[in-house]
Design a protein. Sequence first.
Lengths: 322, 520
Amino acid sequence: MVKVFDGLSRRDFLKLCGTVGATVGLADLFTVEKVAAALKSAAKKPPVIWLEGQDCAGCTISFLTVEDPTPASLILDTISLRYHESVMAAAGHVAEKALDDTIKEGGYVLIVEGSIPDADDRFCMVGGRPFREILQETARKAKAIIAVGACAAYGGIPRGTPTKGMPASKVLPDKTIINLPTCPVHMDHVVGTIIYFLVTKKAPPLDKLNRPLMYFGMSVHENCRRRAHFDEERFLTDWNDPAQKDWCLLEKGCKGPETYSDCPIRRWNSGINFCIDAGAPCQGCSEPEFYVEQSPLYAMGAVTDRILAKKAAGLIPKKEIV
Amino acid sequence: MGKRITIDPVTRIEGHLKIEVEIENGKVKDAWSSGTMARGFEALLLGKDPRDASYVTSRFCGVCYSVHQIASARALDAAFGARVPWGGTLLRNLVMGAEYIYDHMIHFYHLSALDYLDVMAVANYKGKDPALNKVKEKVVGLVKRGDVFPLVPRYEPDEFSVNDPEIVISAVKHYLDALQMQVKAKNMGAIFGGRAPHYQSIVVGGFTQYPDINQVARFRSMLDEIAQFVNEVYIPDVVAFGTGPLLPLAQAGVGGGHLNYLSYGSFEMNQSGKKLLFKPGVIMGLNGGMAVKSFDQRKITESVHSSWYKKDPPKHPYEGEQVFDLTRSDAYSFVKAPRYGNVPMEVGPLARALVDQDPTILGLIKKQGVKPGAVARHAARAIETKKIVDAMYGWCDELTAAMTKPRFKIHDTAHWDPPATGEGAGFYEAPRGALGHWIRIKDHKIAGYQAVVPSTWNASPRDERGVRGQYEESLIGVPVPDPENPINVVRVIRSFDPCLACAIHLIDPRTNEIRKFIVE
């Protein structure tokens, strides 16, 4: 078997490049040869530290749901996962030493999952220390910081609780943080962002909320296959009615027109499905307002009223057949 | 006084957990279990549209994703007076079945197996099997490059660690294969769930995904592949370990604890909901003859005696509140202490199997001399995975039949709008055990919300009477020959499949020096 880069067969590697290429959508920049050369030139696998704060581990589980490349090839062949509480064999002093050594070495990618309690450090303690301190210490020598999921990116659901979950950016005001919101993080978004960084040595172009434009550049509504029904105001009211099966979910609380993410094109779980195709309204999990300001989730409310007002004012263009 | 050691955090579990044990004469004499992270979801839900609850509470946990979604939806169903049509129930069963399979598989291979395997023994494999030699090549290759994260660093193997190269290499191969298989199980769930983790399609009254015949066919085809892995790999592995190198641990019943078991029952097998795949019931003290009594939810109370909440006598979840009090020096956990009839219970696969009087688990107890404990929990988990896989084929068939009939329904649309007032309890068996959600509605909004989750039952601290929770009790007597190497402690804790996440440090109280230890 041809080894393109240490530990990775050519076949696996092509799959990996395919994912990156498709992810980034810049075919000429990310040719197989260029990606191969970039990864090969790295003397060793890039070190990655993954920290968990006020999290549910859903982003970790989502990351482990990527199909091509396989989780095994990602964890063992592509990156050097130095510290991840839910995955690593070690704990205790060996785990801490691995973390300390990696911090000393510097140049690692830091991934943050979960929010940080603003109300009181004691709401999230790891190994007897406030999670906030651990994050600040680890961020100092990180080459790139990626906040995965709504909680780490904007505070997410914990933002509205008595613990006042805050985003990584609030704890690390001097750092550029790549935000990958959605709840949980999209598996392709994490893998693609890591690889983009490994290949180019820099963050992908970001929007004003620090989200990569390659994933968050268009609204869910723009690419929604139910969009024509929105234009014609055919709103689903009964999930049992096959005739309404594909109608717009606005009446059920859909926030698609105010939500930026490539979910309708990329879909989830290797393209198997995604919220709206499953008849479930988009809840705007890629936006900083998630969740408190987006309640009620399954009824008309402030968000859907605003959407209808914009529609009435002609501010939401109809779908054009090109 | 014995030597007190603190294990904080414990890795390869979900959440942030600290375990403290006191060791005397090479055995655990006393134990304390502390949850060290809190988010306060219940308080967040007050005043919100009740339908939000199933979506928000799904985010309690992303490992056992959507078990809260369904328990919450069931509480809402009860409060709204909604009756889920049979089509909706079948779809709920199918996506939750897929969640169980992924969850049990990842627990055995990726969270637990490393406690029992000397992974580096694969280097000594001398056999000719090409697939196994590929695994050897992979691991040896990582070692040569000096980068074996995250498999190494690791804990020093002990007497119960398996180091036979033939067994270890096939287990490592299965670790890698299972990584693929757990992806398949999640993707299978997403066919109807919308996405996984965190399904989107379970709502009050039923389900949102109107299924088509191709989806059922695709689901079934993926199920075939998974069923083959469960029957030909997962179950044989658990049998090989449990009746081989781990038989002494199994027969000693290490990690047994209180021997009280509770199951709420789950997975409707018929439209009336009276026949369930897992029966509900309670066993009060296995030594008392294992009589299974009926479950009465009114006997559940939650104590905050040792928890960082405002001091309050034990209450039923309908009456419970969540007011943090971080100043209480007599508290040591964010986890509350649920009790059933004032008694702590174990919940989870072993509790389900015993309450169900499952013949396979009873056979292990009677014929192999296995006692309820850490190893029996792994066995019960594997046995029920097969049970669920088999049931899922039946649900696929029933769904296909139901879909072809006129007036096929997945949702009770007549009960979609929140009632002015109401209350409801939703019970479900999560992979980790008995899960209950309770909701009170006033003025169409949430006026009270409480969840008592499986790891609250198992990881609870002491109650008013000083009685330990099940993790704590299950550690009593566990052999720790070397206090710097408390591998048996984490073996017992991980056998419960904790839903809190952590690593292990040991504190010597005399010097106050934090001495840290490897925990595999």
